[in-house]
Each structure stands twice: as C-alpha cells, then as structure tokens.
Design a protein around this ligand. Structure first.
Ligand code: SAH
Length: 283
C-alpha cells in the first residue's frame, strides 16, 4: 500500500493524527525534503527506509515505491501541506493505477490555513468576502490564460497565493492591474508554523518592498484582500435572533445585512440554509 500523506505546513504536530499513525507503521518514507520538516521523520519506526524526493525524478520515486511494494511492505509519500494543492500526486497516482498498486490519500493542513492562523485572520468575513481564491503566479509551470492574476483580481475577494513570493513585483503589478486598489491590505507569511515563521502585514502598494526588506523570497504565502483589515458584519449563524436546525433564535430584526433574510429566519427556507451552515461549520 502507498499512502500519500499531507505533512501539514511544517510544525511536527500539525500533521493529522491519522497521518502520524501511518508514518509510524510504514517501512519506507519518501518525503519532499525541500519543504517538509525533517522532524516529522521522528514518527517513523527505526527500521524505516527514508528517501528525500528533492533530488529524485518521478521515475525514481515510483521505483522506490515498487521496490518496497514487491517486498509486501508499505510506503508513505509525504507531501507538504495538503497533497491536493501543487502536490504533483496525480502523476504518481496514474502510474500506480496502471501498475495495479493500491494507494490511499490522507489529507493535510495546507499552508494557506497555517498562514491565516499566523495572522489570526478569517478569509470569509460577512459583508467583506465569502470566497477565497487559491492560486499562484505563472513561473516555470505555466498558468492557464483564463486564470491570470489580474483576471482573478477583478473579483476583489480574498486571495491566497502559493509559489509566488519570489515574484512580488510582477504579482503586485498584476493584482493592481486587475482592480484591487493600492491600499488593499496584503500580507506575506514566511514558513508558517515553523520556529522561524515571519508574518508581515502591508498593503498591495508596499508588498514587493516589504518582501525585499524582510528578505523573503520563497516558502511564503502571499495573502491579499480586505479580510486582513476590515469592518465586517457579524455572522448570521451566531446571531441570537437567527434560528436554525440546532437553535431557536429570538427571531427579531437580525437583518444586520439589510438583505431581508431576518424575516425568513423564522420560516422554513432560511432554516434549511442555516442547517447547511451548521453542518459545514461542524465538519
Ligand atoms: N501542498 C502544499 C503547497 C505546495 S507548493 C500546501 O498545501 O501547503 C509550495 C508552496 O507552498 C511554497 O512555495 C509556499 O508558497 C507554500 N508553503 C508551503 N509551506 C509553507 C509554509 N509553512 N509557510 C508559508 N508558505 C508555505
């Protein structure tokens, strides 16, 4: 069995319980040494064979997996953050499927979550932004034309950018071009959850200069949007007057957003909606 495991953003205890347990049982670990904290290898049993994939090709990675598999043993492929984001797992999965080798994926805490935690921020503030764009600037890996930074910037919602800290001049230019005002709050979070984590708050206009001043060029998330510094409206979900499947509200006013939803809150339509909120916040 091959386990693709999200290592989390860096701190040894930000891997999931399941991920750590599996790391303790496998016979081989292939980890992305350029970004994964080597302390996570302390979860491995003493006899575990360890490869750093930083200097390996896809073929070499698969060869190591197959060698372990042929002995009837298990491999963990340890990727930084959550493997579904810029993890290059699909190409490994396709080869494993072709070879008939079983695999499982164990998700992880992504860097975008760790960066928000470092800044004590919430991406989705009522009345400010209810969406988060996860993206990157084009580097050696091209980005589809329709996904250009300036196209996304036109939404002026919350944005979290991976793999872009080395191109802050180009990035801020494109964000401004797309429509964010220069005074839009922005932040750079370097090595979120590591001992040398650094979180810098600035504006879009100051982004590139702050990156230079703090000597940040890689292993950083760039966050942009009014969520970083805004007057927002409190949530419907925890508003005393708002009813939902798990709580009867007072049913008064509550139309803080002026949307006319308060009246609905006593009826059925809104309750169903609120249950959705409750369900999603409970998971
Ligand atoms: N799968 C990973 C992302 C891999 S791409 C995830 O879900 O987090 C690598 C990029 O992730 C880096 O260039 C950087 O932008 C970001 N990154 C990874 N770990 C980070 C950390 N601890 N702090 C800030 N950014 C990080």
């Amino acid at each position: 069995m091959i386990y693709f495991i999200g290592a989390g953003p860096g701190a040894k205890d930000l891997i999931t319980v399941r991920g750590a347990q599996v790391l303790g049982t496998v016979d081989c670990i292939i980890y992305a040494g350029s970004l994964v904290n080597a302390e996570l290898l302390e979860y491995a049993k003493a006899s575990c064979e360890i490869y750093d994939s930083a200097s390996m090709t896809l073929e070499e990675v698969v060869e190591a997996m197959c060698k372990t598999e042929a002995l009837g043993l298990d491999t963990a492929r340890l990727h930084t953050g959550d493997p579904s984001l810029y993890g290059a797992i699909q190409e490994q999965i396709d080869i494993l499927r072709e070879k008939g080798i079983a695999f499982q994926i164990i998700p992880g805490v992504s860097a975008f979550s760790a960066a928000a935690a470092a800044l004590e921020a919430e991406y989705t503030l009522p009345g400010i932004s209810q969406s988060l764009i996860l993206t990157r600037t084009a580097g050696r890996t091209p980005v589809p034309e329709k996904e250009g930074i300036s196209a996304f910037a036109s939404h002026q919602t919350s944005m979290a950018l991976f793999l872009s800290a080395g191109m802050l001049d180009k990035l801020s230019e494109e964000l401004l071009e797309g429509g964010y005002p220069p005074e839009t709050p922005a932040a750079i979070v370097y090595k979120a959850s590591w001992p040398d984590e650094k979180a810098v708050r600035t504006t879009l206009a100051g982004l590139a200069a702050e990156g230079r001043a703090n000597n940040i060029g890689s292993t950083a998330m760039v966050l942009v949007g009014a969520f970083l510094d805004s007057d927002y409206q409190r949530s419907k979900l925890y508003d005393p007057s708002f009813s939902h499947g798990f709580r009867q509200g007072t049913g008064q006013a509550a139309d803080a957003q002026g949307t006319g939803q308060a009246a609905d809150a006593q009826g059925t339509g809104q309750a169903a909606d609120a249950q959705g909120d409750v369900a999603s916040s409970a998971t």
